[in-house]
Design a protein around this ligand. Structure first.
Ligand code: ADP
Ligand code: ZN
Ligand code: ZN
Length: 728
């Protein structure tokens, strides 16, 4: 008797045992139907065992194995198991969420065969014997007869859009059958590669350094300013992978996954099957991409974070573009970092992984400085000048609806020249921090290196990292000034103000709200390209994306709020965003200019930014982090809780803290604090940070602690563990 241990999409961290009768053809990774309660559920057999700990009377049987659905390969299962353990998320949810939705349904794939070929009977048929009017059938027969290895279902749909009826008839006649192609048997001759621009010396060096690591694990950081030609380096490496009959996985942030990028890649590799995997695809598109990747048919998989779990039998190279981007970390459900999982997969599959960025995550940069990742630098833009970055000092100056005179003047001049301007309003990391406008004193926590957050209602300031709390001072402790006020207020008015000040300008607002509709962002980009816009007003979303050739001026508003944010990562993010936003300016023949409106023109971040020197900035922040005992020199997990009332969430966190093993002295458990966004969607949120200098110690602690949390939570409290959190 065999037993299958099956992963099911339920929030319990366990596998479920089922009997398998001897004749059932089942293996690890098989997708199966099993009875679950009163329902029938789709699951994945993760283990096949000879025994079960359950009493025979309690065991039910696997109903069927879905042979139309390809088995999940062992390497992907191993990665999913790792993620379940490491991120403390139920194994069934991890596994089932990694499958395209369509495969999670009972009638999963019946309508989605993988490939078609002629049967023995079909090969006896001569197309000329078919009636002349049966044009589709004749055509189909010819195509299938010519294809030695059958034809991929997606390819067939592309070649013969109207073939469905003919196909069905011929399957019913027994002339054609669907099958799962064996990746090893398919002929993948090296594809055609069209030439790109001649590489610069720096690009060439990067390619030649990375190429020898094909066939083994190696991690590379490709640090290149925006527009320095990183993508060309990726394309060159992908060409090498394809030439070795390998597949390449290219991960990009959601916003960067544009039709333009896909077209750019496809035009370099005109015959290669490139599939896209991101959340914008509908179910059947996603399934098609996934199947093409897992059958080995797709040479290039271009996707967002979820694509990191895609089965790829011939995987030869992984690239993570904009590796610092926050969208690689999932912020609910399985809170994984796709960059970290990419590193894991590369190691497991013995392939190189290239992390590319103009402003690497400090975690990544630190690894490169320590020599764990190879560091390759592209210091110059490939075909444009580096923009000039300056600060607009607003100390003691009157602002017009939050905008400095100097900024307004620059916009006016730029518009007069017929060039586009971007007014970039920084909203990230905003939590009210107290500042003295007279001497620039800000409210710091005496225990940590972060700022205290103002809670006006209770007249308190609190540290959201360690929990320290004090009264709002009546006057500035440094200069005695009495005009203490929260920093960065009034940015909401900027858009309205611009409309009033520049009534003739065509203004386009770009943020999460205006780009929500499908294709909205693409349409806006077209408008910008066509010169139908004078002023762009936007938030983070604008920092990324594509070249706007007529955009020559970028004005940055409210950057200071991130300088003194309570989130210790805010300055790292700010630097990354401003570098990226600067990269939007003057990419073509027009020189670009960046103007940062600030109360702190001397701040080291702005100084490094003006010199466009990431290394200086990073080294400065890294030494601060080291002193303060913050990541990447320590490792963290945050226990997040939400409830209708703050005290319910906090009480749960207190019980959790009290339940920590006091013997584990290498781990610090901080006090519960309100979350930065303490109220969200009617729920009160609080959190507790756990931290250690040793990743091993932290995870030993979590392995002991996490399983006990469920019992401590009342039903009214929802909680989640966030490992290696990116937001505090
Ligand atoms: P990144 O990915 O670093 O932002 P890209 O690879 O997109 O940079 O390159 C930016 C621009 O420079 C693109 O228009 C690209 O075609 C061009 N480019 C890149 N490398 C070269 C090169 N070696 N010679 C000429 N143009 C190049
Ligand atoms: Zn002061
Ligand atoms: Zn503190």
């Amino acid at each position: 008797m065999k037993f299958a241990r099956v992963a099911l999409d339920v929030p319990l961290n366990t596998l479920f045992d089922y009997r398998v009768d001897a004749t059932t053809d089942i293996d690890v990774g098989s997708v199966v139907l099993v009875p679950f309660g009163k329902k029938i559920a789709v699951g994945v057999a993760l283990e096949i065992a000879d025994a079960s700990a359950l009493a025979p009377s309690r065991l039910r049987s696997v109903l069927s194995v879905l042979h139309d659905v390809p088995r999940l390969p062992a390497d992907v299962i191993a990665v999913l198991k790792f993620c379940s353990n490491y991120y403390h998320h139920p194994i069934g949810e991890v596994v089932l969420n990694a499958l395209p939705t369509r495969l999670r349904r009972r009638n999963a794939i019946k309508s989605q065969p993988l490939a078609y070929r002629l049967t023995a009977a079909g090969r006896q048929i001569n197309a000329d014997d078919l009636p002349a009017r049966a044009k589709s059938r004749r055509d189909l027969l010819c195509r299938l007869a010519a294809a030695r290895d059958g034809i991929d279902a997606a390819a067939l749909r592309a070649q013969m859009p109207g073939a469905a009826a003919a196909l069905k008839e011929m399957i019913e006649c027994g002339w054609v059958e669907s099958f799962e192609p064996d990746p090893a048997a398919v002929d993948f001759s090296p594809p055609r590669v069209l030439a790109g621009p001649a590489l610069t010396a720096a690009q060439q060096l990067a390619v030649e350094s990375i190429r020898p690591s094909f066939g083994r694990f190696a991690a590379w950081l490709l640090h290149g300013v925006t527009g320095s030609g990183k993508t060309e380096v990726y394309l060159e490496l992908i060409a090498s992978a394809l030439a070795e009959k390998k597949q390449a996985l290219l991960l990009v942030p959601e916003i960067n996954l544009t039709p333009q990028l896909e077209a750019r890649i496809q035009s370099r590799f005109p015959d290669t099957s490139i599939v896209r995997l991101n959340s914008a695809l509908n179910e059947s598109e996603r399934l098609r991409s996934w199947l093409a990747a897992q059958s080995g048919h797709a040479g290039i998989v271009l996707g967002t974070r979820l694509a990191v779990f895609t089965p790829m039998p011939r995987l030869g190279l992984i690239v993570v573009d904009e590796e610092h981007d926050a969208s690689f970390k999932q912020s609910d459900g399985l809170r994984y970092s796709a960059r970290d999982v990419a590193l894991l997969r590369a190691k497991q599959r013995a392939v190189p992984v290239v992390l590319g960025s103009a402003t690497p995550a400090l975690e990544t940069y630190q690894q490169a400085l320590r020599g764990r990742y190879g560091l390759l630098t592209l210091a110059q833009r490939a075909n444009a000048a580096i923009p000039e970055i300056a600060t607009a000092d607003i100390r003691g100056k009157a602002l017009i609806d939050g905008l400095a005179q100097e900024v307004l003047h620059a916009i006016k001049e730029n518009t007069k020249r017929g060039e586009q301007s971007l007014i970039y309003v920084n909203r990230r990391g905003y939590a009210p921090v107290l500042i003295c406008p007279a001497c620039s004193w800000t409210s710091g926590c005496p225990r940590c290196s972060v700022k205290l957050v103002v809670h006006l209602k209770s007249r308190q300031m609190r540290c959201h990292h360690c929990g320290h709390q004090e009264k709002i001072p009546a006057a500035c402790p440094q200069c005695g000034g009495a005009e203490l006020a929260p920093l960065g207020q009034g940015t909401q008015r900027v858009e309205a103000a611009l409309t009033r000040i520049f009534p003739a300008a065509r203004i386009l607002r770009i943020d999460r709200d205006t780009t929500r509709a499908k294709d909205a962002w693409n349409q806006m980009r077209r408008q910008i390209h066509d010169g139908a816009v004078d002023l762009l007003v936007g938030t983070q979303i604008l920092a990324k994306g594509h070249d706007f050739p007529a955009l020559t001026l970028v004005c940055v508003i409210n950057a200071d709020a991130s300088l003194y944010s309570t989130d210790y990562r805010a300055s790292e993010r700010l630097f990354a965003n401003l570098m990226q936003v600067a990269g939007r300016a003057g990419r073509a023949d027009l020189p670009g200019r960046v103007l940062i409106q600030t109360e702190f023109p001397q701040h080291p971040l702005y100084a490094a930014l003006q010199r466009q020197n990431f290394a200086d900035f990073a080294k400065g922040v890294l030494s601060e982090r080291k002193q303060a005992g913050l990541p990447p020199f320590t490792y963290q997990a945050i226990l997040r809780a939400e409830a209708l009332r703050q005290d319910l969430a906090v009480q749960f966190l207190k019980r959790a803290a009290a339940g920590a093993d006091p013997e584990m002295t290498e781990v610090t458990v901080f006090d519960p604090v309100p979350a930065n966004m303490a109220r969200l969607a009617g729920k009160e949120r609080a959190q507790l940070t756990v931290q250690s200098r040793s990743r091993l110690a932290l995870h030993a602690f979590l392995d002991d602690w996490a399983p006990r949390l469920e019992k401590l939570a009342e039903r009214k409290v929802r909680w989640a563990l966030d490992i290696d959190p990116q937001e505090s």
